[in-house]
Design a protein around this ligand. Structure first.
Ligand code: ADP
Ligand code: MG
Length: 266
């Protein structure tokens, strides 16, 4: 049983197998299977309400926190089933980080303490002598270090929206996750902040497996290697119509509905 976690260190692909999801009686995802390869960026695209956020939340066991929510199928991280009884919720949190649409740093907490906030929650042990280095490293990776290095004791809430989002990325990175899930991380941000986050995603993509939900088709093309197009047809639960290399999804999609969506026809 204790062998599960070391195996995760070696590979970080995340794979959904026949994942279905319900809220109460209502089925919102139907047998979604998707392989999100290690150390690359996968974009989830599709109209509102087709289940992208629900799918993302299933990938780090947040879905089960909704009382009415149920689930079928499997999620495998590096081959291990994250819903296996040997996996605790904190294991999922530690290996699979999440960044949300609205930047949500702890506003009254210092920038420094925001970065380390996830360590305690996930039971990640770091010596206090190593904390300064860890905070600096995470802020460098999130592209925020130069802007905040002289004011680490100031509150996170004093930063601009784009900086707050990069602080949230730094906080997510501090527990050294294998996977980073991002749910429309730029949709509350201006174009300049958006480009900075995209640069950060590009910089991180070699070391972390990234799954990003975006409504911005240019962004999907700029940041992702693979794309999955989600759709919920009227009255039906959401599912993947088509997935593959981003170039194919945008340049030569097999399904007419994919072509219509990526070209803004619905
Ligand atoms: P997307 O992110 O693609 O916009 P969501 O995953 O948020 O889609 O939603 C998929 C469907 O599930 C929608 O019909 C939405 O109304 C429903 N849904 C989402 N969250 C909840 C919830 N907590 N309780 C009940 N229904 C929900
Ligand atoms: Mg959503």
């Amino acid at each position: 049983m204790t062998m599960l976690l070391p195996a995760v260190e070696e590979t970080a692909s995340i794979e959904a197998r026949a994942v279905s999801a319900w809220f109460g009686e209502r089925k919102v995802l139907d047998r979604v299977s998707l392989m999100m390869p290690a150390r690359s960026v996968t974009a989830l695209i599709g109209p509102s309400g087709c289940g992208k956020s629900t799918f993302l939340r299933i990938l780090n066991r947040m879905h089960e926190l909704v009382p009415s929510a149920t689930l079928a199928g499997e999620v495998r991280l590096g081959g291990d089933d994250i819903y296996d009884s040997s996996w605790k919720l904190t294991d999922a949190r530690r290996h699979i980080g999440m960044v949300f649409q609205k930047p949500n740093p702890f506003p009254a907490m210092s920038i420094f303490d925001n970065v380390t906030a996830g360590l305690k929650l996930t039971g990640t042990k770091v010596r206090s002598s190593e904390k300064d280095d860890l905070v600096a490293e995470c802020l460098v990776k999130a592209g925020l270090w130069k802007e905040v290095r002289d004011r680490l004791r100031q509150p996170g809430g004093a930063l601009s929206g784009g900086q707050q989002q990069r602080l949230c990325i730094a906080r997510a990175l501090a527990v050294r996750p294998k996977v980073l899930l991002m749910d429309e991380p730029c949709s509350a941000l201006d174009p300049t902040s958006t480009r900075r986050i995209e640069q950060t995603i590009e910089d991180l993509s070699g070391e972390v497996t990234i799954v990003i939900v975006t409504h911005n088709m240019q962004q999907a093309q700029r940041v992702s290697a693979r794309c999955a197009f989600f759709l919920a047809e009227e009255g039906a639960p959401g599912g993947i119509v088509e997935e593959g290399p981003t170039e194919t999804i945008f340049g030569a999609p097999r399904d007419e509905r994919t072509a219509d969506y990526v070209h803004g026809r619905f």
